[in-house]
Design a protein around this ligand. Structure first.
Ligand code: SF4
Length: 368
């Protein structure tokens, strides 16, 4: 499905929700944010997942060119009043990284009310309690916004819906282990992006249909098996397409926030405190490079092996502090294990696509 169709479909669905009285809650953070809370309040979470060269340039009016392209592009989409972002009633902002903080600082220009939450970089002891408290603050804000109480009962319903969605994603993702898998990296990424825009009600039946289709009539994907890690890949970012369609690679596994990190871990519904269960899932069991210490390595190694990848592409958006600081240590760890790594630093400028393609092709040739 093309990106234009995904966006058009999302706008139609969200307009219907709004007509029924639901509020649309924009979320700038890529992850470590419990959409379940928003749903339990009777509102619709809408992750900001767009990126693009034109919008990055528009965003340059607000932010310096040494800010991450995602932050600049997000302001660009708001400035040009993109029809998807124009549906947002309120935005969840705050500290996550420099990019998110920069978007937060400029929101008043767009007259969008916002609620800041602090997402810590560590997850233990008092820091965990702090994050839990932030979730309670967010709950109060959402209750005031919607006029609905977030009860244990409706929070559990929301958690179960998201767990079902994640479970379907894991089932689909498992097909990527096969020699010629029926699912490629682009498919998973686009489906997760749709889930981030539309939520479980819309996506659960869609994923059930998709599973039936690939069981009945599985397509075959082939190519050099790649693990993809690093900065966020937005909807419309051509990187995965370039790897798979132009360079002969196949992204068989990843730890990306708009892909595997979205669905690999469930929220524990047996925890007697669903808020604590949400905090545990999102703060302690995520794959985001911004966390200290960086606990991704053993998980990446396990996925790399299970999905039988032959090399890693480590993608960093320029000036993305969450990932650029990790590059050297990451390469060192992987080199010690004889795993080939290609470091790719880029922004949304289309002029660099040819150069990126050449580097990926050379890397794939080397590891075949
Ligand atoms: S994680 Fe990186 S790319 Fe994303 S907003 Fe933060 S700095 Fe920008």
């Amino acid at each position: 499905m093309s990106i234009e169709i995904i966006i058009k479909e999302t706008i139609e669905v969200l307009k219907n929700y709004k007509d029924e009285g639901s509020k649309i809650v924009g979320v700038v953070q890529h992850g470590i944010f419990p959409d379940e809370l928003v749903l339990a309040a009777g509102a619709i979470p809408l992750r900001l997942i767009l990126g693009g060269e034109d919008e990055q340039e528009i965003g340059d009016q607000y932010l310096s060119a040494t800010t991450c392209p995602f932050g600049r592009a997000t302001l660009g989409f708001l400035e040009k009043q993109h029809p998807l972002y124009s549906l947002i009633d309120t935005m969840i902002v705050g500290t996550f990284c420099n990019g998110v903080q920069n978007v937060s600082n400029y929101l008043e220009y767009f007259k969008i009310p916002s609620m800041p939450i602090i997402i810590p970089h560590r997850s233990t002891g008092l820091v965990f309690d702090y994050y839990l408290n932030e979730l309670h603050k967010l709950t109060n804000y959402l209750e005031k916004l919607t006029g609905n109480k977030i009860t244990t009962k409706n929070l559990l319903v929301a958690i179960k819906e998201y767990n079902q969605l994640r479970s379907l994603f894991r089932e689909i993702n498992d097909f990527r282990k096969k020699p010629n898998p029926p699912v490629c990296g682009q498919t998973i990424h686009k489906l997760v992006c749709q889930a981030l825009l539309l939520g479980p009600k819309f996506m659960i039946p869609k994923l059930q249909d998709f599973l039936q289709q690939i069981r009945k009539n599985p397509p075959n994907h082939s190519g050099t098996r790649i693990f993809l890690t690093g900065s966020v890949i937005t909807l419309g970012d051509p990187l995965i397409e370039t790897i798979e369609e132009l360079c002969g690679g196949l992204v068989v596994a990843d730890d990306l926030c708009f892909s595997s990190d979205y669905f690999l871990e469930d929220v524990n519904i047996t925890d007697s405190d669903p808020f604590r269960a949400l905090a545990t899932r999102y703060l302690c069991r995520n794959l985001c490079g911004r966390m200290i210490p960086d606990s991704r390595i053993p998980i990446i190694l396990e996925l790399y092996q299970k999905f039988r990848a032959s090399g890693i592409i480590n993608h960093t958006l320029k000036f993305c502090d969450s990932y650029s600081n990790l590059k050297t240590d990451f390469r060192k760890e992987m080199t010690e294990k004889n795993i080939p790594v290609l470091d790719l630093d880029r922004d949304y400028a289309e002029s660099t696509v040819g150069q990126i393609q050449t580097r990926i092709e050379a890397f794939l040739e080397m590891i075949i």
